[in-house]
Design a protein around this ligand. Structure first.
Ligand code: ADP
Length: 281
Protein backbone atom coordinates (compact mmCIF):
# COMPACT_ATOMS: atom_id res chain seq x y z
CA UNK A 1 0.00 0.00 0.00
CA UNK A 2 1.34 3.43 -0.94
CA UNK A 3 2.39 5.80 1.82
CA UNK A 4 -0.49 8.22 1.18
CA UNK A 5 -2.99 5.54 2.13
CA UNK A 6 -0.90 3.71 4.71
CA UNK A 7 -1.52 6.49 7.20
CA UNK A 8 -5.22 5.63 7.36
CA UNK A 9 -4.70 1.96 8.20
CA UNK A 10 -5.23 1.28 11.91
CA UNK A 11 -2.36 -0.86 13.15
CA UNK A 12 -3.30 -4.03 15.01
CA UNK A 13 -3.44 -3.21 18.72
CA UNK A 14 -3.27 0.56 18.16
CA UNK A 15 -5.39 2.47 20.67
CA UNK A 16 -7.61 4.79 18.64
CA UNK A 17 -8.91 8.08 19.99
CA UNK A 18 -11.03 9.85 17.41
CA UNK A 19 -10.07 13.29 18.62
CA UNK A 20 -6.54 12.56 17.39
CA UNK A 21 -7.87 12.07 13.84
CA UNK A 22 -9.25 14.55 11.35
CA UNK A 23 -12.39 14.16 9.23
CA UNK A 24 -10.80 16.55 6.67
CA UNK A 25 -8.19 16.02 3.97
CA UNK A 26 -4.65 16.56 5.30
CA UNK A 27 -3.18 20.07 5.04
CA UNK A 28 -0.52 18.89 2.61
CA UNK A 29 -3.04 17.33 0.22
CA UNK A 30 -2.39 18.83 -3.17
CA UNK A 31 -5.60 18.02 -5.00
CA UNK A 32 -8.79 20.06 -4.99
CA UNK A 33 -12.37 18.91 -5.46
CA UNK A 34 -12.22 18.94 -9.25
CA UNK A 35 -8.86 17.24 -9.74
CA UNK A 36 -9.69 14.66 -7.08
CA UNK A 37 -13.00 13.83 -8.72
CA UNK A 38 -11.12 13.30 -11.99
CA UNK A 39 -8.70 10.99 -10.17
CA UNK A 40 -11.65 9.02 -8.77
CA UNK A 41 -13.06 8.63 -12.30
CA UNK A 42 -9.69 7.28 -13.43
CA UNK A 43 -9.54 4.84 -10.50
CA UNK A 44 -13.07 3.81 -11.30
CA UNK A 45 -12.01 2.69 -14.77
CA UNK A 46 -9.18 0.66 -13.22
CA UNK A 47 -11.60 -0.90 -10.76
CA UNK A 48 -13.85 -1.91 -13.62
CA UNK A 49 -11.02 -3.79 -15.32
CA UNK A 50 -9.77 -5.36 -12.09
CA UNK A 51 -13.25 -6.52 -11.18
CA UNK A 52 -13.71 -8.15 -14.55
CA UNK A 53 -10.44 -10.05 -14.14
CA UNK A 54 -11.35 -11.05 -10.60
CA UNK A 55 -14.63 -12.42 -11.89
CA UNK A 56 -12.92 -14.27 -14.75
CA UNK A 57 -10.23 -15.79 -12.54
CA UNK A 58 -12.77 -16.99 -9.97
CA UNK A 59 -10.20 -17.40 -7.25
CA UNK A 60 -10.27 -14.44 -4.88
CA UNK A 61 -13.18 -13.28 -2.76
CA UNK A 62 -13.34 -9.64 -1.71
CA UNK A 63 -15.30 -8.27 1.22
CA UNK A 64 -15.66 -4.52 1.65
CA UNK A 65 -17.24 -3.37 4.91
CA UNK A 66 -18.65 0.15 5.25
CA UNK A 67 -19.41 1.57 8.66
CA UNK A 68 -19.96 5.09 9.91
CA UNK A 69 -22.41 7.34 11.71
CA UNK A 70 -25.69 8.23 9.99
CA UNK A 71 -25.10 10.47 6.92
CA UNK A 72 -21.41 9.52 6.80
CA UNK A 73 -21.88 8.49 3.17
CA UNK A 74 -22.10 4.72 2.99
CA UNK A 75 -24.67 4.89 0.19
CA UNK A 76 -22.72 7.63 -1.57
CA UNK A 77 -19.58 5.48 -1.62
CA UNK A 78 -21.46 2.56 -3.14
CA UNK A 79 -22.81 4.88 -5.82
CA UNK A 80 -19.65 6.72 -6.75
CA UNK A 81 -16.78 4.31 -6.04
CA UNK A 82 -18.46 1.39 -7.77
CA UNK A 83 -20.01 3.38 -10.59
CA UNK A 84 -19.59 1.56 -13.88
CA UNK A 85 -18.46 -1.68 -12.26
CA UNK A 86 -20.39 -4.63 -13.68
CA UNK A 87 -23.20 -5.43 -11.23
CA UNK A 88 -22.85 -9.14 -12.10
CA UNK A 89 -19.78 -9.50 -9.95
CA UNK A 90 -20.59 -7.01 -7.19
CA UNK A 91 -23.25 -7.49 -4.57
CA UNK A 92 -24.39 -5.16 -1.81
CA UNK A 93 -25.62 -6.59 1.49
CA UNK A 94 -27.57 -4.21 3.72
CA UNK A 95 -27.78 -4.96 7.41
CA UNK A 96 -30.93 -3.60 8.98
CA UNK A 97 -32.59 -4.21 12.32
CA UNK A 98 -32.50 -8.02 12.63
CA UNK A 99 -35.69 -9.97 11.95
CA UNK A 100 -37.08 -12.37 14.55
CA UNK A 101 -35.58 -15.28 12.65
CA UNK A 102 -32.17 -13.59 12.63
CA UNK A 103 -32.43 -12.83 16.34
CA UNK A 104 -33.20 -16.48 16.98
CA UNK A 105 -29.75 -17.34 15.63
CA UNK A 106 -26.27 -16.18 16.57
CA UNK A 107 -25.47 -12.68 15.28
CA UNK A 108 -23.03 -13.92 12.64
CA UNK A 109 -25.56 -16.27 11.06
CA UNK A 110 -27.07 -13.67 8.74
CA UNK A 111 -23.62 -12.36 7.93
CA UNK A 112 -21.93 -15.61 7.01
CA UNK A 113 -24.70 -16.38 4.52
CA UNK A 114 -23.82 -13.39 2.35
CA UNK A 115 -20.00 -13.31 2.35
CA UNK A 116 -18.42 -13.31 -1.12
CA UNK A 117 -17.87 -16.44 -3.15
CA UNK A 118 -14.99 -16.93 -5.60
CA UNK A 119 -14.69 -14.06 -8.07
CA UNK A 120 -17.12 -11.88 -6.16
CA UNK A 121 -16.91 -8.52 -4.47
CA UNK A 122 -19.46 -8.06 -1.70
CA UNK A 123 -20.02 -4.68 -0.08
CA UNK A 124 -21.49 -4.64 3.41
CA UNK A 125 -23.59 -1.53 4.00
CA UNK A 126 -23.38 -1.79 7.80
CA UNK A 127 -22.33 -5.19 9.08
CA UNK A 128 -21.77 -7.45 12.08
CA UNK A 129 -20.11 -4.43 13.67
CA UNK A 130 -23.59 -3.12 14.46
CA UNK A 131 -23.62 -5.90 17.04
CA UNK A 132 -20.98 -4.03 19.04
CA UNK A 133 -22.18 -0.52 18.07
CA UNK A 134 -25.94 0.10 18.09
CA UNK A 135 -26.42 -3.00 20.23
CA UNK A 136 -23.99 -1.67 22.83
CA UNK A 137 -25.18 1.94 22.75
CA UNK A 138 -28.81 0.89 23.18
CA UNK A 139 -28.12 -1.90 25.68
CA UNK A 140 -29.83 -4.45 23.45
CA UNK A 141 -27.81 -7.22 25.07
CA UNK A 142 -25.89 -7.16 28.38
CA UNK A 143 -22.22 -6.03 28.35
CA UNK A 144 -20.94 -9.54 29.08
CA UNK A 145 -22.52 -10.61 25.79
CA UNK A 146 -21.26 -7.84 23.48
CA UNK A 147 -17.81 -7.72 25.09
CA UNK A 148 -17.12 -11.25 23.88
CA UNK A 149 -17.93 -10.28 20.34
CA UNK A 150 -14.69 -8.48 19.44
CA UNK A 151 -12.75 -11.71 19.75
CA UNK A 152 -15.51 -13.69 18.04
CA UNK A 153 -15.49 -11.23 15.15
CA UNK A 154 -11.71 -11.42 14.86
CA UNK A 155 -11.94 -15.21 14.71
CA UNK A 156 -14.74 -15.09 12.16
CA UNK A 157 -12.78 -12.73 9.94
CA UNK A 158 -9.70 -14.91 10.36
CA UNK A 159 -11.69 -17.85 9.05
CA UNK A 160 -12.79 -15.82 6.03
CA UNK A 161 -9.21 -14.71 5.42
CA UNK A 162 -7.78 -18.21 5.71
CA UNK A 163 -10.30 -19.43 3.18
CA UNK A 164 -9.34 -16.90 0.53
CA UNK A 165 -11.20 -13.70 1.39
CA UNK A 166 -9.58 -10.30 1.19
CA UNK A 167 -11.21 -8.03 3.74
CA UNK A 168 -11.18 -4.22 3.84
CA UNK A 169 -13.10 -2.35 6.51
CA UNK A 170 -13.74 1.35 6.01
CA UNK A 171 -14.84 3.61 8.82
CA UNK A 172 -16.27 6.80 7.30
CA UNK A 173 -15.28 9.46 9.80
CA UNK A 174 -17.44 12.59 9.82
CA UNK A 175 -17.67 15.41 12.33
CA UNK A 176 -20.78 16.13 14.35
CA UNK A 177 -21.03 19.50 12.64
CA UNK A 178 -20.92 17.95 9.17
CA UNK A 179 -23.70 15.55 10.14
CA UNK A 180 -25.81 18.51 11.19
CA UNK A 181 -25.27 20.16 7.80
CA UNK A 182 -26.18 16.99 5.94
CA UNK A 183 -29.35 16.49 7.97
CA UNK A 184 -30.31 20.13 7.39
CA UNK A 185 -29.74 19.68 3.65
CA UNK A 186 -32.06 16.70 3.63
CA UNK A 187 -34.75 18.68 5.40
CA UNK A 188 -34.36 21.68 3.11
CA UNK A 189 -35.14 19.71 -0.04
CA UNK A 190 -38.49 17.89 -0.27
CA UNK A 191 -36.96 15.52 -2.83
CA UNK A 192 -34.52 14.43 -0.11
CA UNK A 193 -37.04 14.09 2.69
CA UNK A 194 -37.22 10.34 2.16
CA UNK A 195 -33.61 10.15 3.31
CA UNK A 196 -34.48 11.78 6.60
CA UNK A 197 -35.38 9.53 9.46
CA UNK A 198 -36.54 11.20 12.69
CA UNK A 199 -34.70 8.38 14.46
CA UNK A 200 -31.44 9.90 13.20
CA UNK A 201 -31.87 12.75 15.70
CA UNK A 202 -32.14 10.25 18.55
CA UNK A 203 -28.95 8.56 17.39
CA UNK A 204 -27.26 11.93 16.99
CA UNK A 205 -27.98 12.70 20.64
CA UNK A 206 -25.90 9.62 21.45
CA UNK A 207 -22.91 10.84 19.42
CA UNK A 208 -20.38 10.45 22.22
CA UNK A 209 -21.52 6.94 23.08
CA UNK A 210 -21.16 5.99 19.43
CA UNK A 211 -17.71 7.54 19.31
CA UNK A 212 -16.65 5.46 22.26
CA UNK A 213 -18.11 2.33 20.70
CA UNK A 214 -16.30 3.07 17.41
CA UNK A 215 -13.02 3.69 19.22
CA UNK A 216 -13.27 0.23 20.76
CA UNK A 217 -14.14 -1.36 17.43
CA UNK A 218 -11.17 0.27 15.72
CA UNK A 219 -8.79 -0.50 18.60
CA UNK A 220 -9.82 -4.12 19.03
CA UNK A 221 -10.67 -5.44 15.59
CA UNK A 222 -8.08 -4.03 13.22
CA UNK A 223 -5.93 -7.01 12.27
CA UNK A 224 -3.29 -7.78 9.65
CA UNK A 225 -5.83 -9.87 7.79
CA UNK A 226 -8.81 -7.54 8.17
CA UNK A 227 -7.62 -3.97 8.70
CA UNK A 228 -9.72 -0.92 9.48
CA UNK A 229 -9.11 2.11 7.32
CA UNK A 230 -10.14 5.38 8.93
CA UNK A 231 -11.45 7.52 6.08
CA UNK A 232 -11.72 11.30 6.51
CA UNK A 233 -15.27 11.73 5.22
CA UNK A 234 -16.32 15.35 5.73
CA UNK A 235 -15.41 15.99 2.10
CA UNK A 236 -17.18 13.50 -0.14
CA UNK A 237 -14.60 13.76 -2.93
CA UNK A 238 -11.70 13.01 -0.58
CA UNK A 239 -13.61 10.12 1.00
CA UNK A 240 -14.28 8.57 -2.43
CA UNK A 241 -10.67 9.04 -3.46
CA UNK A 242 -9.24 7.30 -0.37
CA UNK A 243 -11.58 4.34 -0.73
CA UNK A 244 -10.98 4.01 -4.48
CA UNK A 245 -7.22 4.13 -4.02
CA UNK A 246 -7.18 1.53 -1.27
CA UNK A 247 -9.43 -0.76 -3.29
CA UNK A 248 -7.49 -0.43 -6.52
CA UNK A 249 -4.12 -0.86 -4.79
CA UNK A 250 -5.40 -3.91 -2.91
CA UNK A 251 -6.84 -5.56 -6.01
CA UNK A 252 -3.67 -4.83 -7.95
CA UNK A 253 -1.76 -6.53 -5.13
CA UNK A 254 -3.74 -9.74 -5.67
CA UNK A 255 -1.97 -10.21 -9.01
CA UNK A 256 -5.05 -11.59 -10.62
CA UNK A 257 -4.34 -13.94 -13.52
CA UNK A 258 -6.75 -14.32 -16.38
CA UNK A 259 -7.48 -17.97 -17.20
CA UNK A 260 -5.05 -19.29 -19.86
CA UNK A 261 -6.10 -18.76 -23.48
CA UNK A 262 -7.99 -21.63 -25.09
CA UNK A 263 -5.58 -24.02 -26.81
CA UNK A 264 -8.15 -24.84 -29.48
CA UNK A 265 -9.61 -21.36 -30.06
CA UNK A 266 -8.56 -21.58 -33.71
CA UNK A 267 -10.61 -24.77 -34.24
CA UNK A 268 -13.71 -23.12 -32.82
CA UNK A 269 -13.08 -20.01 -34.86
CA UNK A 270 -12.92 -22.02 -38.09
CA UNK A 271 -15.99 -23.97 -37.13
CA UNK A 272 -17.95 -20.74 -36.72
CA UNK A 273 -16.65 -19.22 -39.93
CA UNK A 274 -17.44 -22.36 -41.92
CA UNK A 275 -21.01 -22.18 -40.72
CA UNK A 276 -21.53 -19.31 -43.14
CA UNK A 277 -19.64 -20.73 -46.05
CA UNK A 278 -21.99 -21.52 -49.00
CA UNK A 279 -20.71 -25.11 -49.43
CA UNK A 280 -21.74 -26.03 -45.89
CA UNK A 281 -25.39 -24.97 -46.43
P1 ADP B 1 -29.35 3.21 6.79
O1 ADP B 1 -29.43 4.12 7.98
O2 ADP B 1 -28.18 2.25 6.87
O3 ADP B 1 -29.46 3.92 5.49
P2 ADP B 1 -31.79 2.16 7.81
O4 ADP B 1 -32.34 3.51 8.07
O5 ADP B 1 -32.72 1.09 7.37
O6 ADP B 1 -30.60 2.22 6.78
O7 ADP B 1 -31.01 1.71 9.12
C1 ADP B 1 -30.74 0.45 9.42
C2 ADP B 1 -30.83 0.38 10.93
O8 ADP B 1 -30.62 -0.95 11.35
C3 ADP B 1 -29.79 1.23 11.63
O9 ADP B 1 -30.38 2.08 12.54
C4 ADP B 1 -28.92 0.20 12.33
O10 ADP B 1 -28.39 0.67 13.54
C5 ADP B 1 -29.89 -0.94 12.53
N1 ADP B 1 -29.21 -2.21 12.73
C6 ADP B 1 -28.36 -2.82 11.89
N2 ADP B 1 -27.88 -3.95 12.43
C7 ADP B 1 -28.44 -4.06 13.66
C8 ADP B 1 -28.33 -5.00 14.71
N3 ADP B 1 -27.54 -6.06 14.61
N4 ADP B 1 -29.06 -4.78 15.82
C9 ADP B 1 -29.86 -3.71 15.91
N5 ADP B 1 -30.00 -2.78 14.96
C10 ADP B 1 -29.30 -2.95 13.85
Amino acid sequence: MGEAMERYFIKPGEKVRLKDWSPDPPKDFEGDKESTRAAVAELNRKLEVLQERLYAERKHKVLVILQGMDTSGKDGVIRSVFEGVNPQGVKVANFKVPTQEELDHDYLWRVHKVVPGKGEIVIFNRSHYEDVLVVRVHNLVPPEVWKKRYEQINQFERLLHETGTTILKFFLFISREEQKQRLLERLADPAKHWKFNPGDLKERALWEEYEKAYEDVLSRTSTEYAPWILVPADKKWYRDWVISRVLVETLEGLEIQLPPPLADAETYRRQLLEEDAPESR
